[in-house]
Design a protein. Structure first.
Length: 212
């Protein structure tokens, strides 16, 4: 199993080399530039190999960062990378995102990166509902998700994602067609802004007025 996770971790690293080569349009950098370097609390759900929070931690050393994941092996890989980079403001925890144990209104920022398209709406609703509860009233949730490119050369490259994702899960095609205002609105969240990177969109969410 550890070999499988090592392979997966290498694939995550390849995303930047294949799809996110342009630093200006890399969704990780776009996201990191939206985070304030203050004494604030940030959570990443399904942290994986910690590509996002390592970048954020380096650029924002005052942040208090927590990454959660269900996979012990993935967390070990992430921890090795964090230790190697001498990062001191990140804590990794094994935790189920559908049953988080954080207090309400704990986090200023929550990140959900390339995860929701893999989940049934029942599971994603449970996660988003909990995110709404643990997010501070003036906090922000950032969702990074795939976005169909319009440039022909990028369409060709994206065809690999479009081909492989449905094999991994049956929700991909339906997810890509969703009305995201409705999708997030079911969990008392509203879209504040959408910014587009290469092959991706970065959706910034806030609590709806009725829930804040």
């Amino acid at each position: 199993m550890s070999i499988s996770y090592n392979v997966i971790s290498k694939f995550y690293g390849l995303l930047d080399k294949i799809y996110f080569k342009d630093k200006q349009k890399n969704p990780r950098y776009i996201l990191s530039n939206k985070i304030q370097n203050n004494d604030l609390n940030l959570l990443e759900i399904a942290v994986g190999t910690a590509e996002n929070i390592i970048l954020i931690a380096k650029q924002n050393p005052k942040l208090n960062i927590i990454g959660i994941d269900l996979s012990e092996q993935m967390l070990k890989i992430a921890q090795n990378k964090i230790t190697k980079d001498n990062i001191n403001n990140v804590e990794l925890i094994k935790m189920d995102a559908t049953n988080m144990t954080f207090d309400n209104k704990t986090f200023d920022y929550i990140i959900i990166s390339l995860l929701l398209h893999e989940l049934s709406e029942k599971i994603s609703n449970r996660i988003l509902n909990q995110c709404s509860k643990i997010l501070k009233d003036n906090g922000r949730i950032f969702v990074i998700e795939w976005n169909y490119p319009k440039i022909i050369s990028q369409k060709i490259k994206f065809s690999m994602i479009n081909f492989l994702e449905p094999f991994a899960n049956n929700n991909f095609s339906q997810f890509m067609k969703k009305d995201f205002n409705v999708y997030f609105g079911k969990n008392s969240l509203q879209i504040k802004n959408i910014e587009y990177g290469d092959y991706t969109k970065i959706i910034e969410l806030e609590k709806s007025a009725t829930s804040a």
